[in-house]
Design a binder for this molecule. Sequence first.
Ligand SMILES: *Cc1c(COP(=O)(O)O)cnc(C)c1O
Length: 392
Amino acid sequence: MIPSVLPTYSRAPLHFVKGEGCWLIEEDGRRFLDLGSGIAVNALGHANPVLVAALTEQANKLWHVSNLYEIPQQQALADKLVAASFADTVFFTNSGTESCELAVKMARKYWYEKGAPEKTDIIAFTGSFHGRSSAGIAAAGSEKMVKGFGPILPGFKHLPFGDMDALEAAIDEHTGAILIEPIQGEGGIRPLPDDQLKALRKLCDDKDILLILDEVQCGMGRTGRLFAHEFAGITPDIMMVAKGIGGGFPLGAVLATEEAASGMTVGTHGSTYGGNPLGCAVGGAMMDVLTEEGFLDEVSRKAGLLNQKLEGLVAAHPEIFEAVRGQGLMIGLKMKIAPADFVKAGYDKLVITVPAADNVVRLLPALTITEEEIAEAVSRLDATASALEAAA
Ligand SMILES: *Cc1c(COP(=O)(O)O)cnc(C)c1O
């Protein structure tokens, strides 16, 4: 008999009942150190008092109002995002994949309105992840995600991540946009080198193509900058955001330049829940914290500390780990054993990590992780590796 919850997930037998900062408390009382943050979602940890206050204050006033009316919390959050980024305008969604839907629609509409309706193609990359909607799976294009779900939304080409020659060769008169994660998340914490992101921007400028960045996982302070593309000193035309922006409340956004957004006029897109007062109140508080003087510098400092300790961990367990990579607090441990085995063994040592493709275990701790918690994290990862060695 089919379970009452549609069985699309493979779940660990853990039942968390409470969260406090970097800690998750199991029903049986065990305290797990959470280095996954709900996959880069709980950016300020669990039950962060600033976010709880923003949410409850708004909850006591007004939960939902239609986008038929003005929503001051939405306006305020959009203003903050515009002030802190390349963007001139923002549309709010509820998830990463909804942001992907709009990014694709926006790019196509742009060229349609510019009198180049043939520029519908979007070039994306192998190993990428853009969510599970029809556009999201078509954009990522992996066999695992699209198989059996055809007909797949047309107009996507897939190239090897980081292969600039293949990219130049693939561009033709139908190419309207390039869609890429500056650091692949699900794909295994694979950063695109800064010079390649720069080259990508130049290619888009030279060939009249829109650059869409998916910063759903790497954005919102995760790397030590508000957005990962800032390291390369370039800006996109359109950017997808979600995960960290709501700190655990479902919220996403598409940020765009005035030019790229010019096709999106009244009636061309909408969402019932997108930009609701609750989500935007939380997002506003999140932005206030992330843009506080020194906050992101502190993220970088702690990331440096953690990475240094992880280098030591990798060196101490050469049978288990191959390397550490990533940017800021978006960290991948390249494994010599199956990532799922490490993650599972971690549960016994009360530490939560997340598997990814390319034989990687991800560490995506709250940006608010303390030095003591960093030391404790590495100690628990060390104990996990030792247990696996002893069992081998
Ligand atoms: C998680 C993720 C998505 C999809 O977000 P959902 O909120 O699950 O729809 C899209 N892109 C990237 C890079 C992601 O990490």
